[in-house]
Design a protein around this ligand. Structure first.
Ligand code: OAD
Length: 264
């Protein structure tokens, strides 16, 4: 049997034995939905400077000195993410949960595509784009995509930080400014999501690592620790990643093609 098929068979056996499998996902699972990954060919961080656009201090500085540059970046990201639809890989995971094999998903993605595909138990280690929180009192608020689209469109005309701030949604509790609850480099992960993810992974009996380079900590260490606990681990990626060495079996190819084959 060719190695690719043998690996797929091996992975099927591991998954068939599972009662509480958990998927750990990264940007690669959404690549076939048209959302760029961060690293590798076409990766966002090849063109965009992380320090400038994805750290709290970088964003503060940009808003002070070049608000238009930051608004253009937001527009570029939002246009893609807000228009993206789940792909076959997201749907395959949702079906696996419905069938009682997958206990849940731990994702690094902020695009909400697992929710859109119908998955129910999802822990979002890096936050998500619809959940916002107040910079003053910390209260959480959900923002509709339509509302955010309008604000981002309006933001393309801003020339000062004050004009940018005036476009931010306000807190219903204390009228403070809201910001999206997405994690920037240098910030801590949301505690509730971390606790949920750890509990889910702690009880898992099979781990699917899908579309992540496995280089960002602490997220990658959650997958690594789960594997090292002896949990059978199936990796799906275009190429070897920093987590390949902990995988029981690696399936190389597109998640949108491999996952449906694995699951059916
Ligand atoms: P990366 O961009 O680092 O890695 C994406 C992975 O997906 C790579 O290993 C690709 O080989 C793989 N890949 C690409 N297309 C694929 C496909 N169709 N099917 C399967 N695999 C595919 O993305 P993440 O590992 O998610 O954090 O990055 C982790 C974090 O770094 C992100 O959450 C983000 C980023 O900076 C923050 O912004 C805090």
């Amino acid at each position: 049997m060719p190695k690719v098929l043998a690996n797929l068979e091996h992975a099927r056996v591991l998954l068939q034995q599972a009662k509480r499998a958990v998927a750990f996902t990264g940007a690669g699972i959404s690549a076939e939905s048209g959302i760029r990954t961060f690293r590798g060919d076409g990766g966002l961080w090849n063109e965009i400077d992380i320090e400038t656009f994805a750290t709290p201090w970088g964003v503060q500085k940009l808003l002070q000195n070049e608000p238009q540059t930051y608004c253009k970046y937001l527009d570029m990201r939002a246009k893609i993410i807000y228009n993206a639809q789940p792909n076959a890989a997201h749907y395959a995971l949702a079906r696996l949960e419905q069938r009682g094999i997958l206990a849940g998903i731990v994702t690094q993605n902020i695009d909400n595509l697992h929710d859109a595909a119908g998955s129910k138990t999802i822990f979002k280690l890096h936050g998500d784009l619809k959940t916002w929180h107040c910079l003053t009192c910390g209260a959480h608020a959900q923002q509709s995509v339509d509302d955010l689209r309008q604000r981002i469109t309006a933001a393309q005309a801003v020339t000062t930080r004050a004009e940018f701030l005036a476009l931010l949604p306000r807190c219903k509790v204390c009228d403070g400014y809201l910001r999206p609850s997405v994690v920037l480099f240098g910030e801590s992960l949301p505690e509730d999501q971390v606790h949920g993810a750890m509990a889910l992974l702690g009880q898992s009996d099979c781990l699917l690592i899908i579309g992540t380079s496995g280089v960002v900590e602490p997220a990658a260490s959650f997958a690594r620790q789960t594997s090292r606990r002896g949990v059978p681990t199936i990796e799906i990626n275009l190429e070897p990643s920093d987590l390949s060495h902990v995988a029981s079996v690696s399936l190389f190819g597109k998640a949108g093609e491999i996952l449906p084959e694995l699951v059916e």
